[in-house]
Structure formats: structure tokens, C-alpha cells
Write a protein that binds this ligand. Structure first.
Ligand code: EPU
Length: 433
């Protein structure tokens, strides 16, 4: 068990380089299964969700080789297993992309029901609806999803909700299906476009990704490709919030400013200065932070994955802010931890009322999910005194070397190993507490 120990109150200054996008990488890596030749994937973030994807691929028989910093060569031609077992799948939400990729390539898949962050009810009915519309049969038993199809055929899919996962999964299953698939009410996130670009670079025929209607004409073969994953917009946004919270001055490199638009606009409203260049942004604060109202929404709206970080920033701003979470019902679980640090936040259903107190105090806290963990890091950096964050494995699922990058910007943050009390003998436990 590791924890982060942060001595707060230091301004972040300097330059930081953003890694590849988690939510693109966890779809692009399974998508390699669809290729009839090896692929090289660059700008792959070094995070535990990606490690799990790579492990699943290699357990299926693919040859996975790390050929350079953040670059992997994956040969899917040796795959001989079509199952993602419970032990691996439960650790990661995105294991569901193996359903679409295996179904699209081999017309069969067996994947455990996915795990991931505890954000409330996370149904996959829309994924299954899309597979069924293409001609697949599915059964759910003993926590496993089994998919089989004699043949996958193009079809019309209208999603009842805007869903990132089901849109990507439908694309994966449809690229080799016979005929035309039309996905309506599709999600428009940058990672949807990135997956489509990767599939097209292998010879797929996908049009309209990034709009709410995606058209996919099935092809028989996909060939190998070399492809670089887009930069992580949420990692960039998290650094923007951390810089603002410490009244710092940082150049954030390897970003696509267009992908950050909703975050940039909101930060500017709060009083953060942002200058955009081709593939970097300059973020600094030289005045007071002020209240703002934030409502999360599917892209191009404000991303739910930035909600906890911006809410933390608003605890440091002047005035009363309102934050409304419209995607995940349990995404305010970090609020109790922030209150331990002196934040004044009241949650009522999907709305949080934040009275900006302008200051936070260090405290021992626990990360309850990935973005909650990011919010606590921001709080710890801005707080007076020492903050200790437990359960940082959540943070390491999605942030590539967070503490190293923050230290390089001047933060006082250390990763400390704590003996796991459950695996200790009683007298060792006594010594440790
Ligand atoms: N939904 C359904 N049925 C479905 C699928 C989704 O009702 O079959 C609902 C969900 O309950 C939710 C809404 O639709 O209310 C949106 O869910 P979506 O499918 O878009 O989410 P996801 O694919 O499970 C991805 C990201 C999340 C991010 C959301 C929203 C990955 C691996 N995960 O989840 O990322 O919050 O999209 O943008 O791409 C994170 O990175 O911290 C994270 C949780």
C-alpha cells in the first residue's frame, strides 16, 4: 500500500509534458486485435489501466513488445484465446472494449462484467443493444458476458443515452461487419475520433466520428499501422487546476488546445490566465480566483472527469459556486474528504454548493476513485500543512507519474510505502500504528 505525502503551499512553476490519453489508449490497444498484421502504438501512457490492457493482450496470445519510451509493438496474429477472465477484467472498466474487438475479429468473445471506479450504476445495456443489432447473441451468466455471431451485419443503432463506451464498442464490432452501420446519438469525445482515426489508418472506413452520426462501411481486412495516441485532455486539465490552485505559472506541453476548450473557458471565468499555442498552453494566476457555476455534460460540454478538480479549485475562490454533475450519480464522494481539509461544500443530489473559503488545511484523506484522488492532490498542493492521501492505486490507474511531474514543478510530494495491515502479524500491526 502506497500513499502520497504532500507538504502544501508551494507554487507550481516550470514546464510539464502531458502523456497519452488513458481513455483513448484503453480502446486503441484492444482495437489492435482487429488487425491482420502487427501494429506499433506510440504515446501510450504508463498507467495501471494500460498495463492491464497489455497483460490481457499477452494472456490471449498476442506478442507485446515495449520498443521504446511509451511505444509498443503488438502482434495480434498469434491470439488463440477469446476470454478476459474475472481476475483481470474486474480491475478495469474499459475491459469491455475486448468485447467489441474480439467479436469484430473472431465473431465470439467471453469477457467478465467490467470493474473500474465506483461511480454508481454503470450499465452496459447500450453496448449489448448495439452488438445484438449487428446479429450477435449474448448471454450473461456467472458474471461473464458471452457473445457469439454467425455473421455480423451492418445496421442502424440509435443510442438511448450518449455513451462513450458503447459508441466505441459499436465501432469496434462494426468495422468488419458486412455492409453499412449507422450509429446515431453517438458520443463525440476526442477519444472517439482518435479510435476512428486509428481504425481508418488500418484500412477501416469510418466517417463522421466527432459528430453525433457515425457511418461505418465494413471492410474484410485491416492491415498493420503505426499510430500515436492523442494527449490526455483530463491530465492536462488536472495540471491546469493544480497550477491555478497554487497560483503558479506553468507551460503545459503536448496538448491539443481545441480538446481543452470547455475547461479553458471555465478556468478563464474563474480568473486563470491561459495563453494557447499550437501544442502547448501557458497557465498562470496573478489575481484573485472567483466563483463560477459548472455543469458536466458529454463533449463538447464540461467533462465529468474534471468535475472534482474544478470543484476543488472553487473552494479556493471568492464567492459561492454551484457544480452540477449530470453523468455519474456518485461523483461527489470526494466531498467528505475535502471537508476534512476545511472545504465548505453541501451536496444535494447532483448539485454541490461550494462556499469559497480561500484556504484549505492539510489532513489525512483517502482517494475513493481516480478523479477524486486527483482532486485531493490539488487540495494538498494548495493547503497549509501536510496532506496524506491513501489508496493512491486509484490515481495510478490513470495518471502517468503524477508525483514525478509535480515534483519537477516544485511541489513537495513523496510516495511513501505503508505496510499493508491485513498481511501483517499482530505484533507488526502494533508497531506500525
Ligand atoms: N450508460 C447507460 N448504458 C450503457 C452505457 C452507459 O445507461 O450501456 C450511461 C451511464 O450510466 C452514464 C452515461 O451513460 O450515466 C455515460 O456513460 P459512458 O458510457 O459515456 O461512460 P463510460 O464509457 O463507462 C467513459 C470514461 C469515463 C468517463 C465517461 C464519460 C473510459 C474507460 N471511461 O466511461 O472515464 O467518465 O466515459 O465521459 O473511457 C475517468 O476517466 O475517470 C472515467 C470515469
Amino acid at each position: 500500500m502506497d500513499k502520497f505525502v504532500i507538504k502544501g503551499g508551494r507554487r507550481l512553476t516550470g514546464e510539464v509534458v502531458i502523456s497519452g490519453a488513458k481513455n483513448a489508449a484503453v480502446a486503441i490497444l484492444p482495437a489492435v486485435i482487429l488487425s491482420d498484421e502487427p501494429c506499433v502504438i506510440e504515446n501510450v501512457p504508463s498507467i495501471s489501466d494500460v498495463n492491464i490492457c497489455l497483460r490481457i493482450l499477452s494472456e490471449m496470445g498476442a506478442e507485446v513488445t515495449n520498443i521504446g519510451k511509451d511505444t509498443y509493438r503488438i502482434d495480434p496474429t498469434t491470439i488463440n484465446k477469446f476470454c478476459v477472465p474475472y481476475e483481470t477484467a474486474r480491475k478495469m472498466r474499459a475491459s469491455y472494449y475486448f468485447l467489441g474487438a474480439l467479436l469484430g475479429k473472431f465473431s465470439k468473445a467471453r469477457v467478465s462484467m467490467p470493474g473500474g471506479c465506483p461511480l454508481g450504476d454503470r450499465p452496459i445495456d447500450q453496448h449489448l443493444k448495439a452488438f445484438a443489432a449487428m446479429g450477435a447473441n449474448y448471454t450473461l451468466s456467472q458474471g461473464m458476458i458471452d457473445l457469439t455471431a454467425e455473421k455480423l451485419s451492418g445496421c442502424q443503432i440509435f443510442f438511448d443515452v450518449v455513451t462513450v463506451g458503447a459508441t466505441m464498442n459499436a465501432m469496434l464490432a462494426a468495422v468488419k461487419a458486412e455492409g453499412l452501420t449507422v450509429i446515431e446519438n453517438a458520443a463525440k469525445e476526442p477519444h472517439i475520433v482518435d479510435l476512428a482515426n486509428f481504425l481508418n489508418s488500418m484500412g477501416a472506413n469510418i466517417m463522421g466520428a466527432g459528430t453525433d452520426v457515425i457511418k461505418i462501411r465494413g471492410v474484410e481486412h485491416l492491415h498493420g499501422a503505426t499510430y500515436a495516441v492523442i494527449p490526455d485532455q483530463i491530465e492536462a486539465g488536472t495540471f491546469m487546476a493544480a497550477v491555478a490552485a497554487t497560483k503558479g505559472d506553468v507551460i503545459i506541453k503536448n496538448v491539443i488546445p481545441k480538446h481543452l476548450e470547455s475547461i479553458t473557458k471555465k478556468m478563464e471565468k474563474i480568473g486563470v490566465n491561459i495563453e494557447q499555442y499550437d501544442d502547448s498552453i501557458h497557465v498562470w494566476v496573478d489575481g484573485p480566483l472567483v466563483k463560477a457555476n459548472v455543469k458536466t455534460a458529454p463533449h463538447p460540454g464540461f467533462p465529468t472527469d474534471m468535475q472534482s478538480q474544478i470543484a476543488t479549485l472553487l473552494t479556493l475562490a471568492e464567492g459561492t459556486s454551484i457544480v452540477t454533475e449530470n453523468i455519474w450519480e456518485q461523483r461527489f464522494r470526494y466531498v467528505d474528504e475535502l471537508r476534512r481539509m476545511g472545504a465548505d461544500i453541501t451536496v444535494n443530489g447532483k448539485v454541490a454548493l461550494i462556499e469559497g473559503t480561500g484556504k484549505l488545511m492539510g489532513a489525512p484523506v483517502k482517494a475513493c476513485d481516480l478523479r477524486a484522488g486527483a482532486a485531493l492532490i490539488i487540495a494538498g498542493l494548495a493547503a497549509s500543512g501536510v496532506t496524506e492521501i491513501e489508496d493512491i492505486y486509484h490515481i495510478e490507474r490513470g495518471y502517468d507519474c503524477m508525483e514525478g511531474k509535480l515534483r519537477a514543478l516544485g511541489a513537495d510530494i513523496e510516495k511513501v510505502s505503508v505496510p499493508d495491515k491485513h498481511s501483517m502479524k499482530p505484533d507488526e500491526v502494533k508497531k506500525a500504528i
